[in-house]
Design a protein around this ligand. Structure first.
Ligand code: SF4
Length: 368
């Protein structure tokens, strides 16, 4: 059974780590949860250059000189939940829109022409707007044009994930936002998302359905980032042990300005974010680590090759935003406004190869 310790216990453990614990964690071949605790502890602040160097070495060893790329398509900003921190929250007065299947295909065509082979289909959590049937139909229309289709939508049942896998969707991203139950209750004010445990077990249901890749993550700016990092480590290690055939990724979305003007409870600096990324890379050298356009170009460029393995580019977070750049109703404002071509040029300038494709629907057909 997946068990994540209470945040007070995690914080106490983090505070009790010493410099010697950090040195040991940097030296071991297979870091344990105790080592991750040392790598995330306040005592490890003084070792950030060593963490960065080891993270860079492991990333190069496991992923080579590459950075994968993906583009998000926002299908709908309708949402039945009230999350205090999100621009799509049901109580925010924004212009709501759900793309028709034809409109979604036009958005996908625009990304295809720009060079994307991996797209992430995103929507608010409102099954009256985007349901399994909608996604099934859209996936069947798009699957020949793209190497990989992912979704970031409302949590589904295993049976529903199975239907989507059969239609061509091979990966699911679902972020817990915070692994601290009292804090989770404080920011999830209404709607199905209030059920902490149902969300926590969503990656399990998706993996049971045979999804090739599952993305987990915590929204940074709600709880203590070191404790959230520990909780991510527990969740990741448990999933890896249970679903050893499945690939996993971790995202680190930091709160961005959005409708509703929510003020983060915790300040997570770029230094903190890089520290968290390095620690998780050392803890699990094979996990994919995502850095989205929430972050600014300067920071993303500085992190190339140091830990993250996948970047989004040229993103718009409003439904229909690629066809109409003036489109209102975005989920949050992005920090890196460069095009795919510009991001790829920077990746190459850092001695890395941009990778548009790491999967092919043919494999899925062979597995199905
Ligand atoms: S975070 Fe997700 S569930 Fe919550 S309001 Fe935003 S879109 Fe809806």
């Amino acid at each position: 059974m997946l068990t994540i310790p209470d945040f007070q216990i995690l914080k106490t453990n983090l505070a009790s780590c010493t410099a010697n614990d950090v040195k040991r964690a940097l030296a071991v071949k297979r870091p344990t949860m105790t080592d991750l605790c040392a790598l995330l502890s306040p005592a490890s602040n003084a070792f950030l250059p060593q963490l960065a160097a080891l993270s860079k070495k492991l990333t190069l060893q496991r992923f080579g000189k590459t950075t994968q790329l993906y583009g998000p398509i926002y299908l709908s900003n309708y949402c039945t939940n009230r999350c205090a921190y999100c621009g799509f929250s049901a109580n925010n007065r924004i212009r709501r829109r759900c793309l028709t299947l034809d409109e979604a295909e036009i958005e996908a065509d625009i990304l295809h022409k720009r060079g994307f082979k991996h797209i992430l289909l995103v929507s608010g959590e409102a099954k009256n707007a985007v349901d399994v049937e909608y996604l099934e139909t859209l996936a069947r229309r798009l699957r020949r044009r793209f190497a990989s289709l992912s979704i970031e939508i409302q949590p589904l049942s295993s049976r529903e994930y199975r239907r989507l896998f059969a239609a061509g969707i091979a990966s699911v991203a679902v972020y817990q936002e915070t692994y601290d139950p009292p804090l989770y209750d404080r920011v999830h004010l209404a709607g199905k998302k209030c059920d902490f445990n149902y969300r926590l077990h969503t990656p399990t249901r998706a993996a049971e359905a045979g999804m090739r890749e599952i993305g987990i993550g915590a929204l940074l700016g709600l709880g203590d980032w070191r404790a959230e990092g520990m909780a991510l480590g527990y969740h990741l290690a448990w999933l890896r042990k249970k679903f050893w055939k499945t690939a996993f990724t971790v995202s680190f979305p930091r709160l961005r300005p959005a409708a509703g003007e929510f003020e983060p409870f915790e300040i997570v600096s770029e230094r903190d974010l890089s520290h968290l990324i390095f620690a998780l890379r050392i803890f699990d050298p094979d996990v994919g680590l995502l850095l989205s356009t929430r972050e600014e170009a300067r920071f993303r460029d500085g992190m190339l090759g140091l830990g993250p393995t996948r970047y989004s580019a040229g993103s718009c977070t409003a439904p229909g935003g690629y066809s109409n750049p003036e489109q209102e109703g975005e989920q949050f404002s992005v920090g890196d406004h460069r095009s795919l071509a510009e991001v790829c040029a920077t990746i190459r300038a850092h001695g890395l190869d941009p990778v548009y494709k790491d999967w092919d629907p043919v494999f899925q057909e062979a597995e199905g």
